[in-house]
Design a binder for this molecule. Structure first.
Ligand SMILES: *Cc1c(COP(=O)(O)O)cnc(C)c1O
Length: 387
């Protein structure tokens, strides 16, 4: 009996689906590696590889030659280890009491970023012996990192134990996405001092945007995240990266609505013409943010237009408020036979960039990608498979 059910293709029938082009991912990473010049290029795969899946993304970039990875948590590191056996995996949130075993068993390198962590790390070393670590130094971001003075003192501290063996000294740019900002030069000068003090230890400053700031910023290792995933590293200039992720939601039903009627919660949208609406199965619980509703949300009072989908060669606007699991698109301008229940609307991808979608929601591609990573059916393709 169950043999008769044709239900094994979850992707083909999914309400919300995400396609990840691993060929484009590799091409982007190689492009960034070229732009990194003499520096080695790592891969930042925190937050489940920006929502695209740390297993497949990690394995693919490892296959492409990446040997240094950055994750946010030890759990992410333990997962990645299965797919990147020989890689160095740096854990950006550092190490805390009780995590030693997870670090050692999975060969994870903690990024030490505060005096408290440094003190704890020294005690770990005296109990367990030699183990590599990375040092993060704050050069002005004021997020994570040892203060400059403490880092310089540590570099000169002849009494530090011989088992203390940092393999990387790093810092993070606050304004890398704004090439004209004077902060970039200030952080560069500060980081030059620190990296010189830790002579012989590899240094890393540049995220995606930092790579585009030029060779001065590359040091020994670059740390691209968003650009690898096709997102915009530097707003306001043409994005040279290939699109990697495509999110599509299925039309559950279409309906005809008379001019003068209203749409959705709060009657936020009143139609001024006879209209056709497509109701799709993605909403804010899927990461398709409510702030990109067409009306009835605070962001619409600022002049930023609401979100759009893409179907059958046309952009179609969101109609009314986005709800938890559903979004309504106005498809009145499309011929009726082009939009039917069961068809898919692109939420972002090669027709509507993830950054364009994010702008309509008042946010950035990073948040759109990592939010949409929460609930969807995912498929991986490579260029070979597509042709
Ligand atoms: C997230 C992160 C990166 C990657 O940044 P992108 O802007 O996505 O390239 C690099 N370094 C650190 C410390 C990060 O937290």
């Amino acid at each position: 009996m169950t043999d008769n059910f044709n239900d094994d293709d979850a992707f083909a029938s999914a309400g919300l689906r995400l396609t990840v082009d691993l060929g484009a991912l590799v091409e982007n990473w190689r492009d960034l590696a070229r732009r990194s010049g003499k520096a080695r290029t790592s891969a930042v795969v925190k937050a489940d590889a920006y929502g695209l899946g740390i297993e497949d993304v990690g394995e693919t970039l490892y296959g492409a030659g990446a040997r240094d990875f950055f994750v946010a948590t030890a759990d992410e590191g333990a997962t990645l280890r299965l797919y990147a056996p020989e890689a160095r995996i740096f854990v950006l949130s550092g190490i805390w009491p009780g995590m030693e075993r997870r670090f050692f068993e999975n060969d994870l390198v903690p990024v030490i970023a505060s005096e408290e962590q440094l003190t704890f790390w020294m005690s770990v070393l005296s109990d367990y012996g030699d183990y590599p670590c990375a040092l993060q130094v704050d050069t002005g971001f004021n997020r994570l990192g040892l203060p400059m003075d403490d880092a310089m003192a540590l570099a000169d501290d002849v009494s530090r134990p011989a088992s203390f063996a940092p393999v990387l000294v790093m810092s993070h740019l606050a304004c890398g996405d704004d090439p004209s900002n004077a902060m970039n030069r200030q952080q560069l000068e500060a980081f030059r001092k620190v990296s010189a003090a830790f002579e012989g230890i590899e240094a890393s400053l540049a995220n995606s945007a930092g790579i585009f700031l030029g060779a001065d910023y590359h040091f020994d290792l670059t740390r691209p995240g968003i650009a690898t995933y096709g997102g915009e590293a530097v707003p306001g200039v043409a994005n040279p990266m290939r699109s990697v992720a495509t999110a599509e939601a299925r039309i559950i039903q279409t309906r005809s609505v008379k001019s003068g009627e209203t749409v959705g919660y709060g009657r936020a949208l009143q139609l001024t013409r006879d209209s056709r609406l497509a109701i799709v199965s993605a909403g804010y619980a899927d990461g398709y943010m409510r702030s990109q509703s067409s009306a009835g949300v605070p962001l619409r009072q600022t002049g930023i237009p609401g979100g759009h989908g893409f179907i059958a060669g046309h952009k179609v606007p969101v109609a009314g408020r986005i709800t938890m699991d559903l979004t309504i698109f106005d498809v009145t301008d499309l011929p009726e036979n082009l939009v039917r229940a069961g068809d898919y609307v692109e939420l972002f991808g090669s027709n509507i960039s993830v950054d364009e979608a994010a702008r309509a929601a008042g946010t950035i591609g990073y948040e759109m990608l990592s939010s949409m990573g929460l609930r969807h059916e995912r498929r991986y393709i490579s260029e070979e498979a597509e042709e």
